[in-house]
Ligand binder design. Structure first.
Ligand code: PEP
Length: 249
C-alpha cells in the first residue's frame, strides 16, 4: 500500500556535462510506472534538471532550504525559489547538514514546518552515528529526531512528509546496514509513530539510506518496513541508480 520511493542525492557533485549525461541515462533507463523517483541536485543545476525531467514522471528537489521566503540571508535559497524551478521535494536534516553545518533537531523541525507551509514535501533525514549505535542508543536518537519534528508539525504534518533513515556510519562508507538491521530500526520507528497515530504511521514512507547500490537494493527494499532508498554515491552512476530504481517493486 506504500509506493516505493527512490531518491538520488547528488550532494555537491557534477559538472554540466556530467549532469546532462546522468539525466539522459535516468530518463531512458527508469520506469516510474509503479514507483516514485526523485533527484536532489545542487541548486545551480536545478534549471537543467527541470528542463530535462519535466513530463518524465521523475521529480526533483533541493538538498536544503532556508525557512524565510526572502531576505538578507547571503548564500541561502528559499523554498519559494525551489518551487519556481519545479521542486516537489526538499531534503531536510541530512546528516551532513547536521554534522558539518550545525543543524540541530530544532532547526530541522523549523525547516520541515516551512517546507510543508510552502507546499514542498520534506524528506526528513534521521539516523544515528557509529558511536551512538555502539552505545545501544540508536532507537533513542532516532526517536528524538522524529519527535522534535512531530511536536512541531503534528500528525497532519507527518502525513505529508517522507522519512529517510540513514545510519550515519553507513553513509558514503561502503558499509551498508544489513537488511535485518535496517528493518529492525524501520519497524521500531514506525511502531513508535503508531503510538501517536496508527494510520499516519502505516502510510508513512520510510526510506533507507547508506551505501545502497544495485547489488543490495532489492534485498533491502524487500523488507516490510523499508519503502525505498535515499541514494548518494550510487546515484552518480547511471547503471547503479537505474538498477536500484528498477529493483523497487
Ligand atoms: C546519502 O547521502 O544520503 C547517502 C545515503 O549516501 P551514500 O549512498 O553514498 O551512502
Amino acid at each position: 500500500m506504500r509506493t516505493p520511493f527512490i531518491a538520488a542525492n547528488w550532494k555537491m557533485n557534477g559538472t554540466r556535462s556530467e549532469v546532462a549525461a546522468l539525466l539522459d541515462g535516468f530518463k531512458s533507463g527508469i520506469s516510474t510506472e509503479s514507483r516514485q523517483v526523485a533527484v536532489f541536485a545542487p541548486f545551480v543545476f536545478l534549471p537543467a534538471v527541470q528542463d530535462a525531467l519535466q513530463g518524465t514522471g521523475i521529480a526533483w528537489g533541493g538538498q536544503n532550504a532556508h525557512t524565510a521566503d526572502s531576505g538578507a540571508y547571503t548564500g541561502e535559497t528559499s523554498l519559494a525559489m525551489l518551487k519556481e524551478f519545479g521542486c516537489q521535494y526538499v531534503l531536510v536534516g541530512h546528516s551532513e547538514r547536521r554534522t558539518l553545518f550545525g543543524e540541530t533537531d530544532y532547526i530541522v523541525a523549523d525547516k520541515v514546518e516551512a517546507a510543508l507551509a510552502a507546499g514542498v514535501t520534506p524528506v526528513l533525514c534521521i539516523g544515528e552515528t557509529l558511536q551512538e549505535r555502539e552505545q545501544g542508543i540508536t532507537g533513542e536518537v532516532c526517536r528524538r529526531q522524529l519527535s522534535t519534528v512531530l511536536d512541531q508539525v503534528g500528525v497532519e504534518g507527518f502525513r505529508k512528509l517522507v522519512v529517510a533513515y540513514e545510519p550515519v556510519w553507513a553513509i558514503g562508507t561502503g558499509k551498508t546496514a544489513s537488511p535485518e538491521q535496517a528493518q529492525e530500526t524501520h519497524a521500531e520507528l514506525r511502531a513508535y509513530l503508531a503510538e501517536t497515530d496508527a494510520d499516519m504511521a502505516a502510510q508513512l514512507q520510510i526510506l533507507y539510506g547508506g551505501s545502497m547500490k544495485a547489488a543490495n537494493a532489492a534485498e533491502l527494499m524487500a523488507q516490510p518496513d523499508i519503502d525505498g532508498g535515499l541514494v548518494g554515491g550510487a546515484s552518480l552512476k547511471v547503471d547503479e541508480f537505474t538498477g536500484i530504481c528498477n529493483a523497487a517493486a
